[in-house]
Design a protein around this ligand. Structure first.
Ligand code: FEO
Length: 404
């Protein structure tokens, strides 16, 4: 089935030889509603060079695409920008089949690859500022530690301005055409943001340092070829500007309510809180966790200034889906949020103290007492919900919740 798949030309000498995973939907909690691609690139320089490989089960697809432009034995150099298995899974097979004379990775990546695989050859470590010759072209390197693994690295093809950025600036978006500008910009921005929120957000400060380093390196970037989703060409400033904006976390003018409900009381409270926020003239997104994916909540949180959490009390704590999402958000280390908690209870309201503990651990500034309802909320409680929602909306409207 994979025999006739072709490489796609990216620049004069760079070809995409990756794989399209139309079917994947879930990976350690990341819900990929549009599938993904595993991107690998071939540079047809005097020394033919392969950047990254693909997930192991896509070896045949990658080989077919390579074969459409060269014989695999013609590959002279292999570069591994990132050791995670969606980009290194085929590395042992490729090294055996191609038998390249040179293989490069960052010093930490060398150790990570050796820990994962029984490799048939040695790998030469390269550091930030190093360059290698591809004969008639040069490839430069910049380590990007913890973006998002300690081994991660950028490679840059100087003559054509192509930045091979591994996961950075990528998105989970399975596409048959290879360029970002061939797809609707709202989908591209959403998937780029969702990827940032779920993979890069915990390292926002390192993202800002990386963007500074990119400037210091003075590379004239014309194309950004990441390891997931389509390639950025005419509009390379777009992902750079969005990464900067998200990492700095400026005010967004939006409130996010995340809740779970047992018999509908907490849901009713969420509606009144939302009505209060909207009455202040502020956008409000409401997510019922019971049928929702945590990766989509993270995407919504990226563009929010307030996180409002609702849960009924179950067994002296929050509902399990709320513990799940709050634990997940805690790991993402979102910046500059205000919030509060609300919910119904039968005989104790410990869900709310637990929710507040989570909010404190996440780093949310809790700006209101919790609103609680004994069983079904009466009008007094619903008015409280509306009032607190409006107060939060007023604060967000003034720019509280983000850093100017
Ligand atoms: Fe796409 Fe970190 O692997």
């Amino acid at each position: 089935m994979s025999e006739n798949l072709k490489a796609i030309k990216v620049t004069d000498s760079v070809y995409w030889v990756g794989a399209i995973d139309w079917d994947i939907r879930e990976h350690h909690g990341y819900y990929m509603s549009r599938g993904t691609t595993y991107n690998s690139y071939l540079i047809l320089a005097e020394k033919i060079t392969l950047i990254d490989t693909v997930k192991s089960e896509f070896l045949d697809e990658m080989l077919s695409r390579i074969k459409s432009v060269i014989d695999i034995s013609e590959i002279d150099i292999v570069v591994a920008n990132h050791a995670e298995m969606d980009h290194s899974g085929c590395l042992p097979d490729i090294l055996k089949l191609a038998d390249p004379s040179e293989v490069y990775a960052s010093p930490i990546c060398v150790g990570a690859l050796k820990a994962h695989f029984d490799l048939p050859c040695e790998i030469t470590p390269v550091k930030s500022g190093d360059e290698i010759s591809l004969g008639n072209k040069k490839l430069a390197f910049m380590e990007t530690k913890m973006l998002h693994w300690p081994d991660s690295m950028f490679s840059f093809l100087k003559e054509e301005g192509v930045l091979f950025s591994q996961d950075v600036f990528g998105m989970h978006y399975a596409t048959a055409k290879m360029f970002v500008d061939e797809y609707p910009s709202d989908i591209v921005d959403y998937e780029l943001g969702k990827y940032f929120a779920n993979i890069m957000m915990p390292m926002s400060d390192l993202i800002l340092r990386m963007l500074d380093s990119l400037q210091d390196f003075g590379w004239g970037i014309k194309v950004i070829a990441s390891d997931h989703g389509p390639v950025w060409r005419n509009n390379i400033n777009r992902p750079i500007e969005l990464y900067k904006k998200w990492a700095e976390k400026h005010p967004c003018g939006k409130v996010l309510i995340v809740y779970a409900t047992m018999w509908g009381s907490t849901e009713t409270m969420a509606k009144y809180v939302s009505d209060g926020v909207v009455s202040a003239g502020v956008e409000c997104e409401v997510i019922n966790m019971t049928p929702s994916y945590r990766s989509e909540v993270a995407a919504a949180l990226l563009n929010s200034d307030a996180l409002l959490v609702g849960s009924s009390t179950l067994n002296c704590g929050v509902l399990p889906v709320m513990a799940d999402i709050l634990t997940y958000i805690r790991g993402l280390k979102p910046k500059n949020l205000i919030g509060f908690s609300f919910g119904s209870f039968g005989w104790n309201w410990k869900a709310l103290s637990e929710a507040n503990n989570y909010l404190n651990e996440i780093g949310v500034e809790v700006v209101s007492e919790s609103v609680k309802s004994h069983y079904v909320p009466d009008q007094y409680v619903l008015d409280q919900c509306f009032t607190v929602g409006k107060e939060i909306g007023d604060q967000v409207k003034k720019g509280v919740g983000g850093s100017e």
